[in-house]
Design a protein around this ligand. Structure first.
Ligand code: ADP
Length: 315
């Protein structure tokens, strides 16, 4: 790692930190993710190895590129292409939401990234503004595959995972062991609404508060998920809100001006179906009129090779 000069911290997570660095020989600017010491902490080791495994399989223009992996003095280091900013930075600058055209372009690229992951049976599981990097040319690069994992086989349950609460789907909150790709679609719905409005959609301050935010706005959980909620010891003694008629706070009521731009709004509602089985897949969403009506999706395809050229120098 001596070949990299540290230029400063760009991000910090639960398992390590990300630094902007310069390669002393080539001058190339990279992002180096330095994990906490992994020998004594099994969860750090697991997260690091999982991220490495995922990123080695996944190569796409809308996913951050892994350039190098190394281990020094009991720590794992991942070297990535450096990407200038993330969506959280952009949202901080645009507190009443991003321009409509930008929301559409970002959403399309996020869907393209996830569609690629889902085709490889990988669920990202932590889609949120900090993990959507954006280059100076406006190219989206999804990052942080520390929580990503391959789809469980039938009968196999997922364990050990806590995604960022505000973007967590209802099935994750109640502890459904059989969740799937639809958890990423839910997160996309929350993220898209946040891009349009500038406000986080469901800013819960605990798991139960998160469920209340969702139910108030979207409606009751499916009977299966209600049952899981009442069986989950984490929620023992707590009730789900029942009479929704008096206090529903629907998306239309919350965002009356957005409702007028019907196409984009409809996209959010589709992603935010309470029943994961009713949420569309990435490919269906990409083919929606919102992207096809003025040939936008075609213009995105034709820009592909141009963007791909930036990937020279990868291993
Ligand atoms: P953690 O798993 O520890 O949360 P992440 O991979 O999410 O680490 O990275 C933490 C933050 O660092 C990200 O949210 C992002 O803002 C920044 N970051 C990550 N990768 C890059 C990169 N390649 N270029 C620039 N910034 C990055």
């Amino acid at each position: 790692m001596e070949k990299y000069e540290n230029l400063g911290l760009v991000g910090e997570g639960s398992y390590g930190m990300v630094m902007k660095c310069r390669n002393r020989e080539t001058g190339k600017i990279v992002a180096v993710k330095k994990f906490l010491e992994s020998e004594d902490d099994k969860s750090v080791k697991k997260i690091a190895l999982r991220e490495i495994k995922m990123l080695k399989q996944l190569r796409h223009e809308n996913l951050v590129s892994l350039l190098e992996v190394c281990k020094r003095r009991r720590r794992w280091y991942l070297v990535f292409e450096f990407v200038d900013r993330n969506l959280l930075d952009e949202l901080e600058f645009h507190s009443s939401g991003l321009e409509k055209s930008r929301c559409r372009a970002y959403l399309y690229q996020i869907l393209r990234a996830l569609s690629y992951c889902h085709q490889h049976n990988i669920i990202h599981r932590d889609v949120k503004p900090e993990n959507v990097l954006v280059s100076q040319q406006g190219v989206v690069k999804l990052c942080d595959f520390g929580f990503a994992r391959t789809l469980a086989l039938p009968g196999e349950a997922y364990t050990d995972y806590v995604a960022t609460r505000w973007y967590r789907a209802p099935e994750l909150l109640v502890g459904d062991p059989k969740y799937g790709k639809a958890v990423d679609i839910w997160a996309v719905g929350c993220l898209f609404m946040e891009m349009l409005s500038g406000e986080p959609l469901f800013p819960g301050d605990s798991d139960i508060d998160q469920l209340y935010h969702i139910i108030r706005c979207i409606g009751s959980l499916t009977p299966r998920h209600q049952e899981m909620f009442y069986r989950n010891p984490l929620f023992s003694g707590v009730s789900l809100p029942e009479n929704l008629h008096s206090n529903t706070h629907t998306l239309n009521m919350r965002f009356p001006t957005l409702t007028q731009s019907a196409a984009s709004f409809a996209k959010c509602q589709e992603c935010l179906q309470i029943d994961p089985d009713n949420r569309p897949c990435c490919v269906d969403l990409q083919q929606h009129e919102y992207f096809t009506k003025d040939g936008f999706n075609v213009s995105q395809v034709s820009s592909g090779p141009k963007l791909q050229r930036g990937r020279e120098g990868e291993p």
